[in-house]
Design a protein around this ligand. Structure first.
Ligand code: FDP
Length: 313
């Protein structure tokens, strides 16, 4: 491995995983997801913006990109030989791949988060959370790996198996090669990315945002969870929030598919992720649909959000 902060070229994802992680099955699983993402990239770049159920020029059935991305990932994972259960943001039920869960993994994913942004040519992403065994309702702190793939001007893949956070970029041969190893976050930062309608914020969240603004934080919000988190993580500063709202006490974002994997990655980079009252990774999911408010990013910023919420709600 190279020293933290130093760039190392031409290390591909498989080699990096082999060097950092001894478990061959986990390496295999992460590489399957990376391979699947190449087809998702291709669909995003070249596909008609088809609506599910319609036909293209050749009379073939068109699938909406999120449905297509879901099928691509599900197929790869089902044939990987190392997966017990799958739960996808696109489907209402758990998909059992193997009833024998010993030595296997369960995977929760959002195949194409922010898919409505494809229509306006903004960045979107795939988010993945991996657990050992067959239980998909474990607290996020039990994740053995989390990753996302960001489809922007470049396609980048960010993963952690609990040994730091590493970023890869897709090259001309559609391989992911290492661009940054051991990404870390500063304790406080100069950007904030606020989801939800501000006039529905609680008094505590509103005071927190005013405090951020008074400290000179700049607004950076695209409306895509993956690019917005990626900005905070790669700039190594700032905070993303989708808080509890007056008409939505649990916010909008989903625990299994969005919050747990991102909380795992941000904590691995030295940041923090909280509902405003408790650590995201300690929440015990009760259903596939669980949602929670989130304040995620630089440690001190998250702690300050918690202080405002403790005082003012
Ligand atoms: P979208 O509804 O476009 O799929 O996961 C949902 C999500 O996008 C996130 O990507 C994004 O952070 C959030 O919703 C944006 O919500 P708002 O439009 O309410 O800000």
């Amino acid at each position: 491995m190279s020293e933290p902060g130093k760039t190392k070229f031409q290390v591909d994802l498989r080699r990096h995983l082999r060097e950092t992680d001894e478990n061959r099955d986990l390496t295999r699983l992460i590489c399957e997801i990376a391979d699947a993402s190449k087809y998702i990239v291709h669909s995003i770049r070249t596909g008609d913006l088809g609506v599910a159920g319609t036909s293209n020029l050749y009379g073939e059935e068109q699938l909406a990109l999120d449905v297509l991305s879901d099928r691509i990932l599900q197929k790869r994972l089902s044939h990987s030989g190392v997966v017990a259960n799958i739960v996808s943001e696109e489907r209402p039920d758990i998909i059992t791949v193997s009833t024998e869960s010993a030595g296997k993994y369960s995977v929760a994913f959002d195949p194409l988060d922010g898919s409505s942004l494809v229509d306006v040519n903004l960045a979107v992403g795939t988010i993945v959370s991996i657990y050992e065994g067959g239980d998909v309702f474990q607290p996020g702190r039990n994740q053995v790996a989390a990753m996302y793939i960001l489809y922007g001007p470049r396609s980048t893949l960010v993963y952690s198996t609990g040994n730091g956070v590493h970023e890869f970029a897709m090259n001309a041969l559609s391989e992911y090669t290492l661009i940054r190893e051991n990404v870390t976050m500063a304790n406080a930062g100069g950007i904030y990315s606020p989801g939800g309608q501000r006039n529905l914020y609680s008094a505590g969240t509103e005071s927190f945002v005013q405090d951020l603004e008074a400290r000179g934080s700049k607004l950076r919000y695209s409306g895509g969870f993956v690019p917005d988190i990626n900005q905070v993580l790669m700039k190594g500063k700032g905070i993303f929030m989708y808080p509890h709202l007056k008409n939505a006490p649990n916010g909008k974002l989903r625990l299994l598919f969005e919050l747990n994997p991102m909380a795992f990655l941000i904590e691995q980079a030295g940041g923090a992720a909280s509902t405003g009252r408790e650590r995201i990774l300690d929440l015990k999911p009760k259903s596939i649909d669980d949602r929670a408010p989130v304040f995620i990013g630089a440690k001190d910023d998250v702690a300050r959000a918690e202080e405002f919420i403790a005082k003012q709600g």
